[in-house]
Structures are given as C-alpha cells and as structure tokens.
Ligand binder design. Structure first.
Ligand code: WT7
Length: 630
C-alpha cells in the first residue's frame, strides 16, 4: 500500500503536503482506485452555499473498487467473518469471491423488482452479512441506501421512509439480541401503514411468524433463487449520491446526511488503512452496528475497499456473559478491535475475571469511537485488554464527516489518554471563540471547526439544503462547524470535550434534545418539557427530562413510566429518559427561551452556583426545581 504512513515524520510530511497542495495530495491517493473515467478536476468548493465537489467528472462504481479491482489477488481471502448472537450457532465466513456473487445476485433481484439508479432503499436489518450485501447491492446498481438502526421504533422508521421517499425496504423477520428475540418485520408493517413503499424484501433470520402482504412483500431467499451471480456495475459519477444516513440534530426532525460516491470511497479506505495500520491477513473487528456511520465506513466500506477481513457480530457484549467480546477475540484471533467507550465502561463494571479466561494475545491495535473516552476507561482498556502493548486509537469524527478526522496513527503517533491527538492528512482544524475568531497557538480551548473540505464530507441534508447550510456553515463564516468543544494542549494535541449544542450523546448514540422533548410532549398529560444531558457513569451522558404535567387520574410514578414508554415507542428504547422530574415550571427568560444551562446544572447535581438568574421571568422556579430533585 503506497499511501501508507509508516513513521511519525512520514505523517508530518504527508500532513504538510495535504495542506499546501491538497489537490495534488488527494489526486495521488485517488489514483490507486479504479476509475472508469478519471476526474478532470480534483476539487471545487464554496462553504457559503455550501457546494463541495471532489474528483469532478470522475466515473466509477464503489463495488468495482471492492471486488473487480483486486478479486484476482484476494478472491479467496475472507471478506466477512460473521459471529452469531448465540455462541452455539455456527458462524459464517464469506470470501471476497463469495461476497461478490451474493452482492450480484441480490443486486439482480433488486433490478428484477424495478429498483435502479437513483431509487432510495431503506435497510432495516439485524447484524447479518445480508445487511452488508444489501448495502453493496444498492451501490452496485446505483440505488441509494439509507440504513436505519433496527432498534428504532416504527414511527422513527416511518419518518425516514417518508423523508427519503423510499421505494423499497430490506428487512428481516426478526432479530436476535442477547436473550431476546425482536420482531422486526412487524415494526416495518406498522411503519408502512401510511406509505407508498412498493417492495419489501424479508431476510429469514429468526423464523418467527410474520405477515406477508401479497404483491409487496417477498422473501430474500426466494427473490435471489433464480438470479445470476453476475451483475454489471452501474457507472456512477463521483458526486452521485452513495447513501443517506439520518442523524439527530438540534431540531426535532432527524436530518438525512448525504454522502457521495468518489470522495467517500477515497477517504474511507485511506483513513481505514492508516489509522488502524491494517496488515494483510489481519482480522479486524468493529463492534458498531451498520445502522450508524461507524458501521458504514469501518465495518463495510473502508475495510472491504482495503481488502481486509472484517468481522461482523450480531450480538451484545454481555450475552451469554460479560466475557463475550473476549471470547470472540480469542475464537477469531482478532488483531484490530474497535469499540465504543460506553461498552468499555459497561464491561469494566464486571471486573477483570471475564477477561482472564481468554487469550487476547492476537490483539495489536485497539480503537475507540463515538464519545469522549475518560482517562479511567482508557487506562483500563490499555492495561486489561491491550496488556500494555497495543496502541489505542481514539478516533474523533461524525456522521457528517464520513470518516475519521482526528486520531492517532496506530503505533506511530504517541498517544495521550483521552486525547484524539492529531488530525489526519487533509483535515484542517480550526478552534474558534464564540465570535468566530480563530484561536491560534497551543493551550487554547473553544469550538471545533474545519476550514477546508475533505473528500468524505457531507454534501447536503437530503431534501433541505438550507438546513445543511444553517446547521454547519452559518455559525462561523467560511467554516464547517462540528458542534463539539475542543482543547488544544501545550503539545498541540486535541482533546474533544463534547457537544456544545443541543445534542446529547447517550452510549455513543446521538440524540437531539428537541427530538426527545417532542416525543415526551405526545403524552396527553404533558404540558411542556425540557431535556438535557447529564454525566452518566456507563452511558457517558444520560437523558434528564423536566416535565410539566397534569397529574389528574395519575400517580407520579405511573405518569413517569407512561412517558418513558411513550418515548420508547416514538423513537426507540435508546431514547428513553434515565430520569424524569415533574416540575411546576421551567426556567425561562422573558423572551420565552428555556435556560438549559440551569437545568443542566441541576441534573448534574451542582446546585451551589446557578450563575446569573436575574434574566429569568420567575427566578423562584429554580428553587422549586432544586427542591423537587430526588
Ligand atoms: C459525535 C458524532 C463517529 C462515529 C460515531 C458517532 C462524538 C465521536 C468521538 C471521540 C469524543 C466523539 C462527538 C461527535 N464523538 N467520536 N473519539 N471523542 N467525542 O457519530 O452519531 O455522528 O456523533 O460523537 O460529539 O460530534 P455521530
């Protein structure tokens, strides 16, 4: 791999090059891919509109770069190793050649159902190889996939189906998760009650009973039965949409982040190769779900473009017991392991006994993603999992960035606990004060922006370009605003401090406070609510909801439980508030704005200094809220 960074000075050299000559830099990286037609210009950009285009005029198909580009050399290498939820169930291994045939067969099946270039396809599936096959089959024929995490409720699914006007849904009968069997198809049926989706393809996983609607619903194994394992790849433009992925923001409605083909391809492989320092024959395991961006970029696209062996795990870290991750590492001799701080903290609580039973000597590199990793968890991971010999790559990035932006290069960048360290080549960070002035030099703290485009960046929010502009490009002129606070220390190392907007990060899952409030407000007894995040030992942040409600015919406990169920039904169990406090009023300014700063302080229990409350309409309400806190 000629684009591989091998030394710290190599990194510094490449970084410098990527800043002084970005077009030459990215052209060199992109040249190792297969383009049916090479681009005519590397980059055009304008952050005011915003309008960003990479590898302009280039024609390609991303699956040709996974398969045809190196099938001759790696056809018999395992592409996906699948580990089932139940350790007693046999897993599966698909070589590159086998995966290629499966992708083609399913791509042909989609075509036979009238799905083609530009059509939107929702994927709502468990962690089985068919989820990856579904994504790649869409990419093969130029259909645009939108994967929805299978833990989302029917109404959250319906919102996404309707927003992107999906033509088809790919799903399963059910889903095994730990000791539970979850109805998946039934959720889809409910979501589709008021929609015009023409086709539903159902993968048989749990064999539980489902209803199939004549003419709309088809079984996966039946639709592929007579399809050929050859399917020509559709020719795509660099800037054709590859996928839409919905994520939460500060307003109630999740937004569809749009990623396009050429830039995303180049960046996902480049960042995968370098950050993890993957070497041939390694087994790489990212524990995320394909429903999140981590699953897109670092279970499916990045590793498969790189010709790596990627492990997909269907289950949960604590089933059948808290040693499961380590059992899987031993069983498959995992070399690179990439997980979330929340999983580390959850396992930390079980002590080291579940680890000691297993041989973890295959591990070479550990990764962390999704939220700030606290020093304690970092040390635990380093000592007990990495046995003090594996570098930890703390990778900062976002759904919108498409790929890892700030991270050590494994084994090359000296690490510091809780620091994402340094930007990858091509990533021009900028720290600004609230007025948007750049804070230069070291030992500064402020809001994190990016001042130059990178290939895998968000292009638009689906169906609403103005929202993309407002959310990311309007807070600070001429810059992409990440929504995160950051510190650059005396060594120039970056430490991400967490969100500075109305987004909370619960177990690495992003949630908009307004989104949760909207769900709470659906309860007929609720008059108004305000949601904030608060520090949570395992989840990183928990959800704290302040609710004004009418208690007639309800006890407090009943109502609180009903509200939790309501949120679970409207968004999904991941959004269920950890704490709900019924309050007589909310701290509002005279202009009606809720002062969340105060609510955050109460939720985290720092009650002594509330700061200036003189602008509040009714300062007494704060006292009442503090008194009512349990
Ligand atoms: C937000 C993005 C990137 C894939 C998973 C989450 C937080 C992510 C880190 C990290 C500190 C992190 C940020 C970011 N975040 N990685 N290594 N250190 N914070 O993707 O759902 O789009 O969330 O997750 O706050 O803005 P996402």
């Amino acid at each position: 791999m000629s684009d591989r960074i091998y030394t710290l000075s190599g990194y510094l050299y490449e970084y410098q090059k990527s800043v002084t000559q970005p077009e030459e830099f990215w052209a060199r990286i992109a040249d190792s891919f297969h383009w049916r037609k090479r681009w005519s210009k590397v980059l055009k950009w304008n952050f005011d509109e915003p309008n960003v285009q990479w590898f302009i005029g280039g024609k390609l198909n991303i699956t040709e770069n996974i398969f045809e580009r190196h099938l001759f050399t790696i056809g018999d290498r395992p592409a996906i190793i699948w580990e089932a939820n139940d350790p007693n169930e046999a897993g599966r291994t698909l070589t590159y050649k086998e995966l290629f045939y499966e992708v083609n067969r399913f791509a042909n099946a989609l075509k036979s159902r009238g799905i083609g270039k530009g059509d939107k396809v929702i994927i709502y599936m468990p962690m089985v190889p068919e989820a990856a096959i579904a994504m790649l089959a869409c990419a093969r024929i130029g259909a645009i996939h939108s994967v929805v995490f299978a833990g989302f409720s029917s109404s959250a699914l319906a919102d996404r189906v309707n927003d992107c006007e999906a033509k088809a849904i790919l799903t399963s009968d059910g889903n095994f998760r730990g000791s539970k069997k979850i109805a998946v198809k039934a959720v889809v049926d409910e979501a589709l009650e008021k929609s015009s989706v023409e086709t539903v393809i159902v993968y048989e996983r749990t064999k539980q009973e489902v209803t199939m609607k004549e003419g709309r619903d088809f079984w996966w194994h039946e639709v592929i039965a007579s399809e050929s394992e050859q399917c020509p790849a559709e020719e795509m433009d660099s800037e054709d949409m590859l996928f839409i992925l919905y994520t939460s923001g500060s307003t109630g409605k999740p937004k569809g982040v749009v990623h396009t083909t050429g830039g995303y391809m180049v960046y996902s492989q480049y960042s995968f190769d370098n950050v993890f320092q993957y070497s041939e024959g390694d087994v790489y395991w990212c524990t995320a779900d394909v429903g999140w961006i981590t699953g897109h970029s670092y279970i499916v696209y990045g590793p498969l473009l790189a010709g790596a062996t990627t492990l997909m795990f269907e289950g949960v870290p604590t089933f059948p017991d808290a040693g499961r991750f380590w059992a899987v590492v031993e069983k498959h001799k995992v070399n690179v392991f990439y997980t979330a701080p929340t999983a580390i903290r959850a396992l930390q609580a079980y002590g080291t006994e579940p680890i000691q039973k297993y041989d973890l000597s295959s591990l070479k590199v550990l990764g962390s993603v999704g939220e700030p990793i606290n020093e304690e968890a970092w040390h635990w991971y380093h000592t007990h999992i990495g046995k003090n010999k594996c570098p930890i790559v703390d990778t900062w990035w976002q759904t919108e960035t498409g790929g890892i932006m700030v991270s050590p290069i494994a084994g090359i960048t000296p690490t510091k606990p809780a620091y994402a360290t340094l930007p990858l080549p091509g990533v021009q960070l900028c720290i600004v004060d609230p007025e948007g002035n750049e804070l230069t030099g070291n030992s500064v703290e402020g809001n994190l922006c990016i001042k130059f485009p990178w290939p895998s960046m968000i292009r638009t929010t689906y169906g609403d370009h103005e929202r993309c502009k407002q959310t990311y490009f309007s807070t600070y002129k001429g810059m992409y605003f990440t929504g995160d606070g950051v510190k650059r220390d005396h060594d120039g190392y970056y430490r991400i401090l967490g969100r500075v907007d109305d987004v909370i990060n619960v177990s690495g899952h992003r949630m908009g406070t307004a989104e949760v409030e909207n769900a709470i407000n659906e309860h007929p007894k609720v008059i108004e609510s305000a949601v904030v995040g608060y520090p949570h030992e395992v989840k990183g942040q928990g959800i704290y909801a302040y609710v004004i409600a009418d208690l007639t015919n309800r006890t407090e406990d009943n109502l609180i439980n009903e509200i939790k169920e309501m949120v679970s039904k409207i968004i999904g169990p991941i959004a269920k508030p950890d704490k709900i406090q019924l309050v007589p009023g909310l701290p509002k300014t005279r202009s009606g704005k809720i002062m969340r700063r105060i609510l955050r302080k109460v939720a985290e229990g720092s009650l002594d200094n509330m700061g200036d409350t003189s602008t509040l309409l009714d300062p007494d309400v704060v006292t009442k809220i503090i008194e009512g806190k349990k």
